[in-house]
Design a protein around this ligand. Structure first.
Ligand SMILES: Cc1cc2nc3c(=O)[nH]c(=O)nc-3n(C[C@H](O)[C@H](O)[C@H](O)COP(=O)(O)O)c2cc1C
Length: 408
């Protein structure tokens, strides 16, 4: 198993005055955290998701926690930066989906403690489901309801389109019909280009069959073009790349090919990277399930180190074991401008800040204000390490930084 280089310490130590302020803030509810952080710490935590300006870098990743309007409302009220909706399975005009078997009803999820191959203890969610279990029509209705209440808050649809085997053709009618339908809903509420994610899930991450590498590369190359060609208007497209189950070096090859400086990839941004896949693990009668925890963040951080010097040539949205502001900053030091989470919203609430608030607000408060591993503590630590005292500092500056200056 690969091991990333951590550029940040296990726990942040900052000057006494800020330490005191953080201890105070951590233990109380703060209504508008971002403006408070600006006033008290001279730090701007805003960032971007695709073209959207977001108030902080933390968002909800696509999955079981964004399948109804109530969940999305709780994200907005809880103070997240953005929400990606559950992945819908593309359909054609006759309501047929090549990937129909992806619509699985699987309500049971189990949160497990998991020790990684490198020996760090984290959490992982075990689940045997796949995509949105209902129809595209139901999803369009859900998307419409969410956009109707969202205002400026970014809500992003996610789609899984048909992917052909080695001697098959793409089923283009699914690309055209599904994208067109989503765009119709989007335009009811928005004037700007539609922003969406295309998910390459863990089950497509490869087996040991010959030709897998070529197939993965050609999917990643072809699919953004096919999505963009499927409608007349521009689409701002994020591609959620898979963690290939092939050898580790191949993951870096994908990073070089698609996020390297010479890449001509048509995706506008990349989500790095979807969960790992264990071909042998059994859950509820299914053999082969996805997993996360530190194995996932170790591999993701390691793979992104491939473009450490030049930084990724596309915007990167990080995903995988973001369980602290510190982990967000490790991704940011590899160029990621935001982080999307699933597991962190499912772990025992005793892991969150001790404030009286909704689960989401507590989680966001934990990520921002934890005095030893929170985002603000980390940004103060980096600012002090750079010798910038109490000068204005921004989260986005970290995404441009050469991380080696922190370990000199
Ligand atoms: C139960 C579950 C369902 C998921 N479903 C989807 C999905 O439909 N589409 C998708 O792109 N990612 C899906 N994911 C992956 C998450 O969006 C996320 O990228 C991944 O879990 C890594 O983040 P985490 O370590 O914070 O969980 C799912 C993850 C879990 C745990």
């Amino acid at each position: 198993m690969v091991k990333p280089r951590y550029f940040l310490p296990q726990e942040f130590e900052v000057s006494e005055e800020f330490q005191k302020a953080l201890n105070e803030d951590y233990n109380r509810l703060i209504e508008e955290p971002e403006s408070h952080i600006k006033d008290r710490y001279n730090i701007d935590v805003s960032s971007f998701y695709g073209p959207f300006k977001i108030k902080n870098p933390f968002g909800k990743a696509s999955g079981q926690l964004s399948t109804n309007k109530g969940q999305v409302m709780a994200d907005i009220e809880g103070g997240l930066g953005f929400t990606v909706l559950k992945t819908v399975i593309a359909e054609d005009q006759d309501k047929k989906a090549e990937m129909d078997q992806w619509k699985i009803h699987a309500p049971k999820m189990v949160v497990e403690k998991l020790v990684s191959k490198n020996g760090e203890e984290g959490y992982s969610v075990v689940w045997k489901g796949r995509g949105w279990e209902k129809s595209l029509d139901d999803y369009l209705d859900f998307f419409d309801q969410c956009l109707a209440v969202a205002g400026e808050y970014p809500i992003i649809p996610s789609v899984k389109y048909h992917l052909p085997g080695p001697s098959e053709e793409y089923k283009l009618s699914e690309y055209t019909y599904t994208t067109q339908k989503l765009l119709e809903v989007w335009k009811k509420h928005k004037n700007e280009d539609m922003v969406m994610e295309k998910d390459f899930s863990p089950t497509f991450a490869g087996t040991d069959v010959a030709g897998q590498k070529d197939m993965i590369i050609s999917w990643l190359q072809d699919v953004p073009r096919l999505i963009k060609q499927s409608v007349d208007e521009p689409i701002h497209l994020g591609v959620k790349m898979m963690n290939a189950t092939l050898e580790d070096e191949f993951q870096r090859e994908l990073v070089r090919e698609f996020l390297g400086k010479d890449s001509s990839w048509l995706a506008d941004f990349a989500i790095c990277f979807n969960r790992l896949f264990d071909h042998n693990k059994e859950f509820e009668g299914k053999v082969g399930v996805a997993y996360g925890g530190y194995d996932l963040s170790d591999r993701n951080l390691w793979a992104l180190e491939e473009v450490l010097d030049d930084k990724p040539s596309r915007q990167v949205s990080a995903t995988g074991n973001i369980c602290s502001g510190k982990m967000m900053l490790e991704y940011a030091l590899r160029g990621a401008v935001n982080g999307q989470m699933h597991t962190f919203f499912q772990i025992p609430q005793s892991e969150y800040a001790p404030i009286d608030a909704s689960r989401t607000r507590k989680a966001v408060h934990e990520l921002l204000f934890n005095p030893q591993k929170g985002l603000v503590a980390g940004l103060i630590y980096i600012r002090e390490k750079l010798g910038k005292g109490t000068e204005p500092f921004t989260f986005l500056e970290v995404t441009d930084l050469n991380p080696y200056v922190l370990v000199k």
